[in-house]
Design a protein around this ligand. Sequence first.
Ligand code: NI
Length: 187
Amino acid sequence: MSVRSIVRLGHPALRVPAQPVRLDRLSDVETQTLIDDMFETMLDSGGVGLAAPQLGIDLQLFVYAVIDPDHEDGIDDEDLELRALINPALEPVAGEVIYDWEGCLSIPDLRGLVPRHPAVRIHALDRHGKSLEYRAEDYEARIVQHEFDHLNGIVFLDRMRDLRSLAYSAEWEEFLTTDQDAAAQVG
Ligand code: NI
């Protein structure tokens, strides 16, 4: 496994819809290595999600980590549940949108308040081609919506309804977060 470099805003891969992963290619060493490298790159960069276009790769695939939000301080790798979703589709579950802080590994050092659906139904394949269908809520739903957007050329700035909350992370920590333990979800 290896850590790959993450492309930043301005790279065209972040602004075009990605292509579906061909199912006859899913078990290829190249694809499986890509998934492993995405996990390693995500963990190395301190993110909770990473989509293939963020590595400049034109595929509908993302990885993310589910973390119990009650255990935010002192997370070690055993507290992380890692998931890879191939060719995902999302269906919002009815409910009022929730605003919370997000950041993006492709837009380093910025944080902003982003509205997201409180829950989504996910249809996807896992890395072995098995069908997945489940519901994600709150923290996990936010990560999944952020990463899914990357597969459609959308970044969190596009989702913000008021750019006045945009902040550099140091200033965000100093002035904007009320909870010492709060962490923006970065993908
Ligand atoms: Ni992102």
